[in-house]
Design a protein around this ligand. Structure first.
Ligand SMILES: [Zn+2]
Length: 314
C-alpha cells in the first residue's frame, strides 16, 4: 500500500480566508477607503497581479493599487485585518494589464496556478479567491435583472442597488456537489474530456433548485454513471471561484456496480481499488493515471477514502 508515501495532509486551497468580514460595517465604505492602513489586491478577470517582494505578495497599499489602474469606485471590501485595517479587492480593466506585464516588481498569473504551486500563503489565497468571486459577480451584474437600469454599488461591494425600481441584488455562490462513490474497498472515479491527460476524479454537478445536497448527489451519480447510491454523507467544502461556486464534498455508498456512462458528460468511469487510487494520489500509478492536485477537494475525498478516515475540518 502506497499510503505511507502520501506525506502530510495538504492544505485545501482557497479556505485560508482569515479576515473579519465585518458585514455589519459595510456601510462605512468611505471611511474604509481613507484608512491609512488600507490595502488591496488587484484582479483583472482571471488575472491576479502580485508584488514581487521577498516573497510574492497579493496586497498593495491602496494608493499604489489605484495608481496601477485599480478601480476604487468599484472597490469590494473583503474584510478587516487583525489590526482593523481594511482589505479590498479592486477590479482592474484589461486595458491596464499591458502596462504591468513587463515590470520586474510585478507578477501576473492566474489563481489556479497560485494555488497549485502554493506561491502565496493560504490566507492570501483565500483573500484572492473571495475577491475573484466577488468581482466576477459584479462583472455579470451591471444592470438590474428586474428593470434593466444600470445598478449602483452599495454596502462596500456586497450589494448592487437599482436606482429605478429599488431592487437589491446580492452576490451569489453556486452550489456544486462533488462526491466520491464507494463500494467496500473500491471507489468510482470518472474522466471528463476537459481533464488533463490521465486525470481521473470524483463525479460532480450543480445542485438544482428545490434539491437537497443528498438528492443532487444521487441524481448526478445516476445520470453520469447509472449507479444507484444509498447513504450520502458530508465531508468537507471548498470555495471554488471559477467563477463563483462552492464545492460540497460528499461520500456516497453505491447500491449497484454496473456502470453506464453519460457520454455527454464523461469519457470514462470505472471502479478503482484503494491501492490503485493511492498510487494516483502519489503519482506512481503504473499506467500514468493521476488524481487531482492536493489543493483540490477531490484529492481530499479520495485520500480520506484511501486512508479510511475523514479529512480534517477545513
Ligand atoms: Zn431595477
Amino acid at each position: 500500500m502506497a499510503t505511507g508515501t502520501l506525506g502530510d495532509w495538504p492544505h485545501l486551497g482557497y479556505t485560508g480566508f482569515d479576515l473579519d468580514r465585518a458585514s455589519e460595517r459595510r456601510g462605512e465604505t468611505r471611511d474604509f477607503l481613507r484608512h491609512p492602513g488600507a490595502k488591496a489586491c488587484l484582479i483583472a478577470g482571471d488575472t491576479m497581479v502580485l508584488a514581487r517582494r521577498s516573497a510574492l505578495d497579493a496586497l498593495f497599499d491602496l494608493d499604489v493599487a489605484a495608481g496601477y489602474g485599480g478601480r476604487t469606485d468599484e472597490a469590494c471590501l473583503l474584510g478587516l485585518a487583525a489590526n482593523g485595517a481594511p482589505r479590498f479587492a479592486l477590479p482592474l480593466h484589461a486595458a491596464s494589464l499591458p502596462h504591468l506585464t513587463d515590470r520586474d516588481d510585478l507578477m501576473l498569473t492566474d489563481l489556479r496556478s497560485l494555488a497549485v504551486e502554493a506561491m502565496v500563503p493560504p490566507d492570501q489565497l483565500g483573500l484572492l479567491a473571495t475577491g475573484k468571486a466577488m468581482l466576477a459577480w459584479h462583472a455579470r451584474r451591471t444592470f438590474c435583472s428586474n428593470c434593466g437600469e444600470r445598478l449602483k454599488v452599495g454596502e462596500s461591494g456586497w450589494r448592487r442597488d437599482c436606482p429605478n425600481c429599488g431592487a437589491q441584488h446580492f452576490p451569489r455562490t453556486d452550489p456544486v456537489v462533488i462526491m466520491l462513490v464507494t463500494d467496500g474497498d473500491d471507489c468510482l472515479l470518472g474522466r471528463s474530456p476537459r481533464f488533463a491527460p490521465g486525470m481521473w476524479s470524483a463525479l460532480a454537478g450543480f445542485v438544482e433548485p428545490g434539491e437537497t445536497f443528498e438528492a443532487a448527489v444521487r441524481r448526478e451519480v445516476k445520470e453520469e454513471a447509472s449507479i444507484e447510491t444509498g447513504a450520502v454523507r458530508y465531508l468537507a467544502s471548498q470555495p471554488w471561484p471559477f467563477p463563483m461556486s462552492i464545492m460540497i464534498g460528499m461520500q456516497a455508498q453505491a447500491l449497484t456496480r454496473d456502470i453506464v456512462i453519460d457520454a455527454n458528460e464523461l469519457e470514462g468511469a470505472r471502479w478503482f481499488s484503494r491501492d490503485e487510487a493511492a498510487t494516483m494520489l502519489t503519482r506512481t500509478h503504473e499506467g500514468g493515471l493521476v488524481a487531482p492536485v492536493p489543493m483540490a477537494i477531490a484529492y481530499h475525498l479520495i485520500r480520506a477514502f484511501v486512508e479510511g478516515r475523514d479529512p480534517p475540518a477545513g
